[in-house]
Design a protein around this ligand. Structure first.
Ligand SMILES: [Cu+2]
Length: 169
């Protein structure tokens, strides 16, 4: 039962989108870095959407929701207008839509605004992108490696002791 629950937890978040209304396009595109802030965000799905159940939320790196219009649904697309357009920074588009067959799709993606004419993104909140080469090594894998090396060393020592004991007997 526990195994099934864990299995379901892994599968369920992806399966509705995979099986039904699937995000097939967006503006801005996923992971885009834009030299000019977008005035609208559009997500397009593989099935027609129910206009009554479309939620599209755009939030900044501090998880503050941007001012935006209600979603306008046109067939498989939903659009929100951003006013004012956001400043520099990384933004998350989260969507939850219901296709006309009644199935729900939800997910999120990010895009980045990096307009050279605007002030740099504030440094508060999660880092936008670590400059290559400057970040420290992640500690998790290092600890794992340390434990692994210690285990191998211990095993080697134990087998060496056994071996010696075997010789002396
Ligand atoms: Cu469906």
């Amino acid at each position: 039962m526990l195994t099934f629950a864990a299995f379901a937890a892994v599968l369920l978040p992806g399966s509705p989108a995979w099986a039904h209304a699937e995000l097939i396009a967006s503006t801005p595109v996923r992971d885009a870095t834009l030299a000019q802030a977008p005035t609208a965000v559009t997500v397009t799905f593989s099935e027609r959407l129910n206009p009554e159940f479309a939620t599209i939320v755009v939030s900044d790196s501090a998880r503050r929701r941007l001012a935006a219009s209600a979603p306008v649904v046109d067939a498989g697309s939903g659009t929100v207008t951003l006013s004012p357009p956001p400043g520099n920074g990384t933004y998350t588009v989260a969507y939850r839509v219901v296709s006309v067959d009644g199935h729900t799709a939800q997910g999120s993606y990010t895009f980045t605004v990096a307009d050279p004419a605007l002030p740099a993104a504030p440094t508060t909140g999660p880092p936008v992108a670590a400059p290559a080469g400057s970040g420290g090594l992640p500690t998790g894998p290092l600890i794992g490696l340390g434990v692994f090396v210690a285990a191998i060393t211990l095993l080697g020592y134990v087998s060496w002791r056994r071996h010696r004991r075997g010789e002396s007997q």
